[in-house]
Design a protein around this ligand. Structure first.
Ligand code: AMP
Ligand code: MG
Length: 231
């Protein structure tokens, strides 16, 4: 049986503390985001990242998305995301920051040129890294408490349907006694984040369609969002 911690039966801060500690110790934590449940691991710990690939049966050249906490001053005027992105991304285009300001925290993943300390294990050996800040309050609480980046692909085995409840995750990974699962109820969206590659600096390429549409994004930026087929 997996260790299941419920936000309903114990104070939520204790649940989050336990989960953040598990991440620090190189363990895996399944947690809700606004899209699907993610299978989280410390993005700066190679052996923790390796566990994600192993438990999911995911090919090791499939890059992972790094999840980051929103700055504390959220909701009080202009937010400075640059320090949040600094450990992960370099050469961040101005228009990419506009997308960040418009849609983060939220279901938008951006692909940047990667920072020098980003593990090859999470980028599939590429010179780029994918980053997002999820909008779900439990995801944010965990990221704040952990104080680091968390890779979090969907909490399902490779090729299976993405889970939208803690029960889905439990069923998927039955028998993995070390997995901490934070039960935050059902996910609102149920489909993965939109992914846009802004690493070239002068254009945005839609890598995966999602809840946030190119039309919505074009309202915020001057470079065009284009699909790979038209690039
Ligand atoms: P998920 O399976 O939801 O965790 O999303 C992972 C997907 O994000 C990958 O399959 C890629 O499509 C995309 N992705 C992650 N990292 C990168 C990267 N460095 N460059 C391009 N795409 C990436
Ligand atoms: Mg998936």
């Amino acid at each position: 049986m997996s260790r299941v911690t419920s936000g309903d039966s114990s104070p939520q801060s204790l649940v989050i503390n336990e989960a953040a500690q598990a991440l620090r110790e190189g363990g895996l934590v399944a947690f809700p985001t606004e899209t699907v449940y993610g299978l989280g691991a410390d993005a700066s710990n190679p052996s923790a990242v390796q566990k994600v690939f192993t438990i999911k049966g995911r090919p090791s050249n499939h890059p992972l998305i790094v999840h980051v906490a929103a700055p504390e001053q959220l909701g009080h005027g202009q937010i400075d995301w640059v320090p949040v992105l600094a450990p992960w991304a370099r050469d961040i285009p101005e228009d990419a920051l506009k997308l960040v300001n418009a849609f983060w925290p939220g279901p938008l993943t951006l692909v940047f040129k990667k920072g020098k300390d980003v593990l090859n294990e999470i980028t599939g050996g590429q010179d780029t890294v994918a980053v997002r800040s999820p909008a779900h309050p439990i995801a944010q609480a965990l990221l704040h408490q952990f104080q680091g980046g968390v890779v979090a692909p969907s909490a399902n085995r490779f090729g299976k349907v993405s889970p939208t409840s803690a029960a889905d995750v439990r069923t998927e990974f039955e028998g993995n006694s070390d997995l901490v699962i934070i039960d935050g109820g059902d996910c609102e969206v149920g489909i993965e984040s939109t992914i846009v590659d802004v690493s070239s600096g002068d254009r945005a390429v839609l890598l995966r369609p999602g809840v946030i549409t190119p039309k919505e994004m074009l309202a915020s930026i001057s470079f065009g969002v284009i699909t790979p087929g038209r690039s």
